[in-house]
Design a protein around this ligand. Structure first.
Ligand SMILES: [Zn+2]
Length: 510
């Protein structure tokens, strides 16, 4: 069963001419030209005239003739109809050009209203005057208290022509989005004369969108007057407010108890409050304002934070929580983030939130930062333990390596790393990469190369230079920041050291 669309008159010539004038002249008018010596012939698609002229003035007689100096794709003016357009060289000109716009026209239908969209398409061809076609593409019917009824004019294979098809989604304005300057000015006059829009205060948003919401929700006017701006934007989106269109009064339509109207007004028609008031009426109970404020406060947090906040503030009245927040707010950058973070750490450590000192610490910022620091230290400790376990072999190898690599001479001594933590500390103290990643630890464990520490004899515990050695050969050595400020002293010392190692290993093998 298909509904029939209401019959409407075709739009007037005035509207069509207005729409045509909106199309850029350079896209709809072209002058196609041919040159032969000084002679130019051209065809204007705006008036359909063939024009002859010259493109150079050589004599007095020439000034009496039509002068045309065409350059492909530059702007032109027809000497006959004065239409502006573009020059097109005949050889470089396509057979046809199409250009179009979509425009909007609104009409009053007694108490109802209709928005109609049309396309205006211009086809420009060589040697043919411009062809202009207007086609209706869609309609949106508006009636008071009803959803907008939306129709599309679509091609049907069965009918071999355009047929009207009602959009079953039928929600609202969807898909109709018209450039502001392609709205026929008479539309606004017609809207002003339609009774149901008497109190509309249109903004410069899409009128189809605004007026379809205004028609569907006659309460828009009231909502606007009461200053419920948040509810008004929800009504405009026609989403989120859960309106009952059959309600007899505004509170019935909003599905809330009458006495909640003033509370809703106080919150500018906020949807979170509206939903709680709706729930009250639906479930026939009544919450205290303290409970409602708390619910809304929690709802506005991210889902991840909601449970923690709920757990925390169920231990006190919301009033007390608000006072606490007011006091602490000055000291923290973002109260919610800091407080939730603080409570999370407390819960993780198994604290009892019934204890006021825990729930509302006097100095939230300081307590929070202390806990963060504690957590950081614990994590550090954990990491070091992991490191020691993972590279336990370094410690096992130490006695043997000590015998092999230990050497002291004059101001310096050298020894292998005792364990992985020493390597990590050395890297951190000297700001180089030996302690990061697993590269050097792994080589040390496998015996591919070893990490040795070169230190001053007078301060053997303080990192000074780090050496990677393989056999008797030093692969690399660095002081702090991967630099060698003491190279002049250290290099000869190290050369002596490696020579010493070579002698030692010869003796051993002998
Ligand atoms: Zn012309």
């Amino acid at each position: 069963m298909s509904e029939q669309i209401r019959k409407l008159k075709d739009i007037s010539k005035t509207v069509k001419e207005w729409a045509y004038s909106k199309i850029n002249n350079q896209r709809k008018n072209i002058m196609i030209y041919k040159r032969k010596g000084r002679r130019v012939t051209a065809f204007c698609t705006a008036c359909g005239e063939h024009i002859e002229g010259i493109n150079r003035i050589d004599s007095y007689e020439d000034t009496l003739r039509t002068v045309m100096m065409p350059i492909h794709n530059t702007s032109s003016t027809c000497p006959i109809c004065k239409a502006e357009g573009l020059w097109k060289a005949e050889g470089r000109c396509r057979d046809s050009y199409k250009t179009w716009i979509e425009y909007l026209v609104g009409q009053r239908l007694g108490d109802d209203f209709v928005f109609r969209t049309f396309s205006c398409e211009v086809t420009v061809r060589k040697n043919v005057i411009n062809e202009i076609e207007h086609n209706e593409t869609g309609r949106v019917y508006l009636s008071k208290g009803k959803k907008a009824e939306k129709w599309y004019h679509v091609w049907s294979y069965f009918e071999q022509g355009l047929v009207w098809s009602k959009s079953v989604g039928g929600a609202y304005y969807g898909g109709i989005n018209i450039r502001w300057d392609y709205i026929y000015p008479g539309t606004f006059k017609a809207l002003a004369k339609t009774p149901m829009f008497k109190y509309a205060q249109p903004t410069n948003r899409n009128p189809v969108y605004y007026y379809s919401a205004f028609a569907r929700y006659p309460d828009m006017e009231m909502v606007q007057k009461l200053g419920m701006s948040k509810l008004q934007s929800a009504l405009l989106c026609q989403y989120g407010a859960n309106i009952n269109p059959k309600g007899k009064t505004i509170w019935d339509r909003l599905r809330i108890n009458k006495d909640r109207m003033k509370d809703l007004k106080e919150h500018q028609g906020d949807l979170e409050y509206l939903h709680i008031y709706q729930q009250e009426r639906r479930e026939g109970h009544r919450l205290s304002n303290d409970e409602i404020d708390r619910e809304v406060y929690i709802k506005r947090l991210s889902p991840r934070d909601r449970n923690i906040m709920r757990t925390a503030i169920q231990h006190a009245s919301f009033e007390r929580f608000k006072n606490y927040k007011e006091k602490q707010k000055k000291n923290v950058y973002n109260f919610d983030v800091t407080y939730i973070d603080y409570i999370r750490m407390r819960l993780d450590a198994g604290y009892d939130l019934n204890d006021d000192v825990i729930l509302f610490p006097k100095d939230l910022k300081r307590r929070h930062d202390e806990l963060v620091e504690q957590a950081r230290l614990a994590a550090e400790k954990e990491k070091r333990q992991q490191l020691a376990i993972q590279w336990a072999k370094i410690e096992q190898k130490y006695p043997k390596l000590y015998k092999k690599f230990y050497y002291a001479n004059g101001d310096f001594l050298i020894r292998p790393a005792k364990n992985a933590l020493e390597i990590a500390d050395e890297g951190r103290e000297l700001h180089h990469c030996v302690g990061t990643g697993s590269h050097y630890y792994e080589k040390h464990c496998k015996g591919e190369s070893f990490i040795l520490f070169l230190r001053r004899a007078e301060a053997p515990e303080i990192p000074f230079a780090t050496i990677e050695i393989s056999g008797n050969r030093i692969l690399q050595w660095y002081e702090a920041y991967d630099e060698k400020p003491d190279e002049e002293i250290l290099q000869p010392w190290l050369d002596k050291y490696t020579k010493q190692l070579a002698t030692r290993s010869k003796k051993k093998s002998a």
